[in-house]
Ligand binder design. Structure first.
Ligand code: HEM
Length: 475
């Protein structure tokens, strides 16, 4: 089992943790959880090696394209790159590195701090020290990184001076994340071009590895030590952020997670869709959703309630399986809420059906709060067809002074594979007349859509609604 000292607590709604948890622990939400698995080869190296290094040439461009669809308004490319590095290491059989989120993307280039192989030992010591690593840690971190991949002749013609058939001189004879690079260095069989290359000036690994008389390299000859040290140091490397940035606690698979909530007017009531994701432990659970009114009285004192209408199983990502989570159960709800009294908050009662007492899942006592019902996304009035999708939102009690926009994160529209944001303006929806106290507004969906936050100003009050997914079970 996996010992977790302190994991990030998910207080719904939390778009950052919500997105990161999906991307880490569900297999098909983001390419970062799948592409690098099985140490898949690419460009005569591996996807994993390209993700872990990410700083020059074809490996960097291909990696950024892999990562392009994963950032949104809350999760930056820097977090995606860090998730990529963690998946790269486990994807090649290496240790699990805890993931913390919350990095802030830089909007301009920083100082050129990537160490280069022709630099001398003193420069390398200084640049690692500037990032918080001492000399022993520098040796280990370079050995950990150079477990994967190799040097590309096209990028470093002065390092790879002899022709290699593949164009890449690998650091070790195995492709996986292991300490072969250390063992081959120690026993003199290494072909690491940064150790034995004919260009003596660029033998940076040799200068670094031997800088303490091989003491550190000898300690890494134990596979367990290698994995432990690499997990710790690569984790620290990924978590090196400016002092103004606070990272989350490590994100572990959440026991209970609310997702896919949608509230919208439908035939004289409010449809409320929600799904509770529970880690599958083999129990045949039943789950009831409860809710309370926003105004007035409609529900009994214990709350209105409804059982789930479907329970489905969703596989967990490979990273989740390494944390003993094999699958999730998705308990989905489709409630008809009284239009006049509406909904203020909801919670769940879970029955394990194993003789133990049912228990409540209520956002750690805080309830799952619906903070407003004035601005809603309407998935049934929206339509999604290739080449012509439209979003429809409903606004309650509209006035003449209403303005609805969506801030949409889209994937790269420029030559650089990064995300950008566009603002869409909604217009009164001629094909959906007012109904159930809501007036409808519509806008085409940008075809590079990744996620949306809808904003509305109604009678001078601002509302916003995060719409990561345009569908949900029950739509
Ligand atoms: C003094 C420090 C370092 C120097 C001088 C150095 C130098 C290099 C060079 C010249 C390459 C070839 C890149 C290419 O051909 O595109 C390379 C590849 C690589 N480096 Fe380092 N490196 C250093 C530290 C690190 C660290 C700290 C890590 C990660 C923990 C790392 C991970 C990698 C990986 C995974 C590759 C293979 C990339 C691929 O196959 O696509 N390196 N390194």
């Amino acid at each position: 089992a996996h010992l977790v000292l302190e994991a990030a607590v998910f207080n719904w709604p939390d778009p950052l943790l919500d997105t990161l948890d999906d991307q880490l622990y569900l297999p098909f939400v983001s390419p970062v959880s799948t592409f690098a698995l099985d140490c898949t080869p690419r460009d005569n190296s591996t996807i994993a090696a390209q993700w872990l290094r990410l700083d020059i040439g074809v490996g960097m461009l291909d990696s950024l394209v892999d990562f392009l669809v994963s950032p949104n308004e809350y999760v930056g490319m820097a977090d995606v790159i860090a998730m990529g590095a963690i998946n790269a290491v486990v994807g090649c059989g290496g240790p699990v590195i805890p993931f913390r989120g919350g990095r802030i993307d830089a909007i301009e280039a920083g100082p050129a701090t990537v160490p280069e192989p022709q630099q001398d030992l003193a420069s390398h010591i200084a640049s690692f020290k500037a990032q918080g690593f001492n000399e022993t840690e520098m040796i280990s971190l370079v050995a950990c990184g150079h477990s994967l991949g190799g040097v590309r002749q096209a990028d470093f013609p002065l390092v790879v001076t002899e022709d290699v058939p593949t164009g890449v001189q690998t650091f070790a004879s195995t492709i996986g994340f292991d300490n072969t690079v250390v063992k081959e260095y120690l026993d003199g069989t290494t072909e690491n071009v940064l150790v034995v290359g004919s260009n003596v000036t660029t033998r940076s690994d040799l200068r670094i590895f031997s800088s303490d008389g091989n003491v550190t390299m000898q300690s890494l000859a134990s596979p367990d030590t290698f994995n432990q040290v690499c997990s710790d140091l690569i984790g620290r490397m990924l978590d090196t952020v400016p002092s103004t940035v606070t990272l989350t606690e490590p994100i572990e698979p959440l026991d209970f997670k609310v997702r896919n909530t949608l509230l919208f007017p439908q035939g004289g009531s409010l449809a409320f869709l929600a799904t509770l994701r529970i880690i599958d432990t083999g129990l045949n659970r039943s789950v009831t959703m409860f809710w309370k009114e926003r105004t007035g009285t409609f529900c009994p004192p214990a709350g209105c309630s409804i059982p789930s209408f479907q329970v489905t199983t969703e596989d967990a990502s490979f990273l989740a399986t390494l944390k003993d989570v094999k699958a999730f159960k998705l308990h989905s709800f489709n409630a008809a809420i009284d239009l006049t009294t509406s909904i203020s908050h909801f919670w769940f009662e879970v029955n394990n059906n194993d003789g133990s007492a049912p228990f409540i899942v209520d956002n750690h006592g805080a309830n799952f709060t619906i903070d407003q019902d004035v601005l809603v996304f309407d998935p049934r009035r929206s339509s999604f067809t290739i080449g012509g999708s439209i979003m429809v939102v409903g606004v309650k009690d509209p006035s003449s002074t209403i303005n609805v926009t969506a801030l949409t994160t889209i994937d790269g529209s420029t030559t650089v594979p990064v995300t950008s944001r566009v603002t869409a303006t909604f217009e009164l929806d001629a094909s959906n007349p007012p109904a159930d106290g809501y007036t409808f507004y519509t806008s085409p969906i940008n075809f590079q859509f990744l996620s949306n936050t809808i904003h509305a100003t109604v009678n001078g009050t601002a509302y916003s609604l995060w719409v990561p997914l345009l569908g949900a079970p029950g739509v």
